[in-house]
Write a protein that binds this ligand. Structure first.
Ligand SMILES: Cc1ncc(COP(=O)(O)O)c(C=O)c1O
Length: 395
C-alpha cells in the first residue's frame, strides 16, 4: 500500500541519523569558510594508500574484467582472507567459510538476515556503534541494550546479559567503538559458553583487528565456529571508501548467505575486491599505523589530563583509534560542548549521545586516526581551552 500523505517512509525507515555526520558537515563548513579545523570526529584512517598498493590496484584496472564476481566474492580474495587468519592468529580459516561483502555494513545486513527472524531479541552494548541499533530496528529485530559499566571496559558481562534475557542474539565488538576496549580470551570464552548453553547466536565485530595495542588480539573465527565474525578492509587497511568487508560463517550458513547475497547485492564491487587483494599482498605496509594510533592516543590523553580530565574519566583503550572521555566535569551537555569546541578551537569531536542514549550526554569520542601533528595540536588546544569550560558549566 502506498503511504498516506505525511507518511512518506515506512516505519522501518524511522531510524536515527548519525550525529557524527552532522559534526562532520559543520566541520567541513568551517573549513570551507577558511577556518582551521582538526578532524577528530571521523572514524577513518587518514593518509594516502601505500604506493605499491596503488600500483597493484592500477594494474588490476587495466588487466581485469571487473564485472560481477561470484556472490561470495573472488575465490582468490576469500583464500587470501583465510590465510590472514593464519598470519594474525595462528590458524587459517578455510576459504569456503568466508563471504566477501560490501563493507562490514553489508556483512552485518547479511549476518542479521541469515541468523535471525523478525522480532528476535538481540543484545547490544551501550555505549556502542550506533548503526547496530538502527540496523536491527530497520530489520524488525529488537535491540536489547545492555548498559555496560566502566569497570568492565564498557564490555558486556555475564550478569548484565542475564538481565537482558531472553535473547536470540548478541553483538560483541572488540576492540569496541567508541571505547577501544578489547575482550580478552577468558572473558570471550565465558561469554561464548553462556551463549552456547542459552542458544544465543554471537555476532562478533572484529573490524578494528590489526589495531590492537594493549592486549592479545583474540578472534572468534576458530574459537567459536557457531559465531558469525564480521570484519572489513575499512580500518586496519584504511580502504573505507572502497566498501569491502567479509564474514567468517559457520559452515551451515554459507549457502544461505550466498543466496541472500546473490539477491541483495549480486556481488561485492569487483574493483574494490582487487584493491583488497592488493592491500593483503602488502599488509606489512599498514603495520606502522597501529603504533601511530597508540602514540596519538597517549598524546591526546596527556592533553586532556593536563586540562583537568581525571585519568579515571578516560576509558583506557586497548585498540582501535578512539578516546572516549567523560567530560561531565566541564558540561552537562556534551553535544553542546562539541559545538562550542568546534567554534572556538576548530577541534571537531563526536558527542557521546551517538553511542549511548542514556549516559552519552556526559561523554565525547575523539578519533586519533589523524596525523600525529594534528592530534598534538588538538591536544594542546584542548588543554588550553577546556579548563575555562569548567567555570562556565551550567547545572
Ligand atoms: C564498530 C564498527 N563496525 C562496523 C563499521 C562499518 O564499517 P564498514 O566501513 O566496513 O562498513 C564501523 C564503521 O565505523 C564501525 O566502527
Amino acid at each position: 500500500m502506498i503511504k498516506r500523505a505525511g507518511e512518506h517512509a515506512s516505519r522501518r525507515a524511522q531510524v536515527a541519523p548519525f550525529r557524527a555526520m552532522a559534526v562532520l558537515a559543520a566541520a567541513n563548513a568551517r573549513a570551507a569558510a577558511g577556518n582551521d579545523v582538526l578532524h577528530l570526529e571521523v572514524g577513518e584512517p587518514g593518509g594516502a594508500l601505500p604506493p605499491p598498493v596503488v600500483a597493484a590496484i592500477a594494474e588490476s584496472l587495466g588487466t581485469e574484467r571487473l564485472g560481477y564476481t561470484e556472490a561470495l566474492g573472488l575465490p582468490a580474495l576469500r583464500e587470501a582472507i583465510g590465510t590472514l587468519y593464519g598470519d594474525w592468529y595462528g590458524t587459517a580459516v578455510p576459504a569456503e567459510r568466508i563471504a566477501v561483502t560490501v563493507g562490514a555494513s553489508g556483512a552485518f545486513l547479511l549476518a542479521l538476515l541469515v541468523a535471525f527472524d523478525a522480532g528476535d531479541r538481540i543484545a547490544i552494548a551501550e555505549p556502542g556503534y550506533p548503526a547496530y541499533k538502527t540496523m536491527l530496528r530497520a530489520l524488525d529485530l529488537a535491540p536489547v541494550t545492555v548498559l555496560t559499566e566502566p569497570g568492565g571496559g564498557f564490555q558486556p558481562t555475564l550478569a548484565e546479559l542475564a538481565l537482558a534475557a531472553p535473547l536470540q542474539g548478541l553483538i560483541l565488538a572488540s576492540p569496541a567503538n567508541p571505547t577501544g576496549t578489547v575482550l580478552g580470551a577468558a572473558e570471550l570464552d565465558r561469554l561464548v559458553a553462556a551463549c552456547r548453553s542459552a542458544g544465543i547466536r554471537i555476532l562478533m565485530d572484529e573490524i578494528y583487528h590489526g589495531l590492537v595495542f594493549g592486549k592479545e588480539q583474540v578472534t572468534l573465527a576458530n574459537r567459536a565456529p557457531e559465531a558469525i565474525v564480521i570484519n572489513s578492509f575499512s580500518k586496519y587497511f584504511g580502504l573505507t571508501g572502497w566498501r569491502v568487508g567479509w564474514l567468517v560463517l559457520p559452515a551451515e550458513l554459507v549457502e544461505p548467505v550466498e543466496r541472500l547475497a546473490q539477491n541483495l547485492f549480486i556481488s561485492p564491487p569487483a574493483p574494490a575486491q582487487h584493491a583488497a587483494l592488493a592491500a593483503l599482498a602488502h599488509k606489512e605496509l599498514f603495520e606502522e599505523r597501529r603504533a601511530t594510533y597508540a602514540a596519538n592516543w597517549q598524546r591526546l590523553a596527556r592533553g586532556l589530563e593536563a586540562a583537568g580530565v581525571g585519568a579515571d574519566a578516560i576509558v583506557r583503550a586497548d585498540g582501535a583509534f578512539y578516546l572516549y572521555a567523560d567530560v561531565s566535569a566541564f558540561t552537562t551537555n556534551a553535544a553542546e560542548l562539541c559545538t562550542t569546541m568546534l567554534e572556538e578551537t576548530g577541534v571537531a569531536a563526536t558527542p557521546g549521545i551517538d553511542f549511548d542514549a542514556e549516559r552519552g550526554h556526559r561523554f565525547v569520542r575523539f578519533s586519533v586516526a589523524g596525523s600525529p601533528e594534528d592530534v598534538a595540536r588538538a591536544a594542546d588546544k584542548l588543554s588550553a581551552w577546556l579548563p575555562a569550560q569548567r567555570r562556565n558549566r551550567r547545572d
